[in-house]
Design a binder for this molecule. Structure first.
Ligand SMILES: *Cc1c(COP(=O)(O)O)cnc(C)c1O
Length: 357
């Protein structure tokens, strides 16, 4: 750090994204990207924008909001777009919490939430998940704090039922409850249709996962018009042009091509099922997943060791070095061939281990 760096950022530990290696080609099963390209329509509409990049994009994202609102069955003033959902999360944290208004979330969840608390000097309360890494909803009933829950949760893939989320939202009427639905297309039930009933429900989505637009950076906030107006004040105070032309039109393409999304999701679910079965045969405990990744551990294979051994074999998975998660690896669902290579490789690694011992 330079000596000019503001003291208020002392001790800030930035989020560590999954590796995006350039030194060799890996089978990348570490950052939950979709292993398929974006919708052909999305690609085509994005390409058409290249010649207009000299012009600013529409700061209101009107065409995109209209197309998306129709897709989700909501009003165009109930939705706002951001540069990736991490940005939407930041605006929500800025808007609804501070030092005296803490935010509560599970101790096992998306690690970015803690980083955002440190950045914005927000008090956070981490609520321990159960022994099996599932969330106990009772912990959140009538909590009287701002709450954020990823549903399905990361990195476990465990999903809470919609009725349960509704109870959390209904029992905290004086606080905003944020539901991060980054993975909901892969198995969970969305709470979007509850936003007209509960003015304290804010849903965060992303086109990075199921819509194959991670490189385009598009996040979504959905909720009551007044919540969305709050977030727009912050967005327009920072940068009204966070959504670039190519991404904006790519997303219009995504929302105009529902069947592509559905076919990708079906394919991921089938691959997930097959991979989960093979890992179970190899002695893994696999947490039933509602997301596009598997969280699994093998009593005979240390999590960090497995991560390292796979990396040596050209396969990247994610390992989290915390007490509760260190036995596990998180494996993003790749295409059929990549998952076959993964399980074949693990099978061989286990054989070598057995011969040694
Ligand atoms: C991936 C992810 C996000 C962030 O996605 P963006 O690429 O920033 O849109 C948000 N929440 C969870 C739980 C995620 O896994």
């Amino acid at each position: 750090m330079s000596r000019y760096f503001s003291e208020k950022y002392n001790g800030l530990t930035p989020y560590v994204p999954g590796e995006q290696p350039r030194e060799r080609t890996y089978i990348k099963l570490n950052t939950n990207e979709l292993p398929f390209p974006p919708s052909p329509l999305a690609q085509q509409l994005a390409r058409k924008q290249a010649g207009d990049l000299s012009l600013y994009p529409d700061p209101d994202c009107l065409l995109l909001r209209q197309t998306a609102a129709e897709f989700y069955g909501i009003g165009k003033d109930q939705i706002m777009f951001t540069n990736g959902s991490d940005e939407a999360l930041n605006f929500a944290f800025m808007a609804y919490c501070d030092e005296d208004t803490p935010i509560a979330f599970p101790d096992v969840t998306y690690s970015f939430y803690k980083v955002l608390c440190a950045l914005n000097r927000i008090t956070c309360e981490e609520i321990p998940v159960r022994e099996d890494l599932s969330i106990d909803p009772e912990d959140y009933f009538g909590l009287k704090k701002t709450i954020i829950i990823a549903n399905p949760n990361a990195p476990t893939g465990i999903c809470l039922k919609k009725e349960v989320i509704e109870k959390i939202v209904a029992s905290n009427p004086d606080n905003v409850v944020i539901i991060d639905e980054a993975y909901v297309d892969f198995g969970g039930a969305s709470c979007i249709d509850l936003i007209d009933t509960y003015d304290n429900l804010l849903i965060i989505r992303t086109l990075s996962k199921s819509s194959a637009l991670a490189g385009g950076r598009l996040g979504i906030a959905i909720g009551n018009e007044k919540l969305i107006a709050d977030l727009n004040v912050l967005r327009n105070s920072l940068n009204p042009y966070t959504i670039n032309r190519m991404t904006m039109m790519a997303a219009v393409g995504v929302y105009s091509d529902r069947s592509y999304l559905e076919s990708c999701v079906e394919r991921i679910k089938a691959i997930r099922q097959a991979a989960s079965e093979r890992l179970t045969e190899l002695g893994f405990e696999v947490i039933p997943s509602s997301a596009n990744f598997l969280f699994a551990r093998n009593p005979k294979y240390d999590g960090n060791r497995l991560y390292q051994d796979l990396k040596e074999q050209g396969i990247l998975v994610r390992h989290f070095d915390t007490q509760r998660l260190k036995d596990y690896v998180r494996i993003s669902i790749g295409n059929e061939d990549d998952m076959q290579t993964l399980t074949d490789t693990i099978g061989k690694l286990l054989e070598v281990k057995n011969e040694k011992s």
